[in-house]
Write a protein that binds this ligand. Sequence first.
Ligand code: 5GP
Ligand code: MG
Ligand code: MG
Length: 179
Amino acid sequence: MQNDIQEVLISEEELQAKIKELGQKLSSEYEGRDPLVICVLKGAFIFMADLVKNITVPIELDFMAVSSYGASTKSSGVVKIIKDLDQSVEGRDVLIVEDIIDSGLTLSYLIKLLEDRKAKTVSVVTLFDKPSGRTVELTADYTGFVIPDAFIVGYGLDYAEHYRNLPYIGILKPEIYSS
Ligand code: 5GP
Ligand code: MG
Ligand code: MG
């Protein structure tokens, strides 16, 4: 698995330092509000776990699984809900936890969905942002790292369901895609 990585883009230490910082910001933002923190599966699962450990105010958690990519590296634009939330978002302060925003299609669909379900507020924290990939206008409320237009894996993010368990962010060797 390590042999498939061409370059480590963001180390484990850099990730943890940034997540601590995001947790502190969110803790002061959501002081006294009891937000519903929603993890967008599968990509955000490790980020979610590390992030909530750094949030010091009361929160509730829920999980949602969506699919927009299949096994490809580009968004299809069609968002499919694979697992919906367990609870209602009506009247809640909702924080969506995303792994990465590329085209913005997945997130704009999700934001609209939660607004239609009458969430009180909908905010987004994303660990990574690739502004160069945007096809719809969208900015996260909180962003960890702005990254160049490369396909990254690790720390929850996959290529064809592999590499999610790498503790850092890497770029795959080009021959992995073509094999
Ligand atoms: P969007 O709808 O914004 O184009 O893409 C959102 C989803 O596509 C992300 O939540 C993530 O699952 C996947 N994605 C986008 N860029 C990358 C990337 O560089 N690497 C990986 N592994 N997944 C990505
Ligand atoms: Mg995602
Ligand atoms: Mg994926």
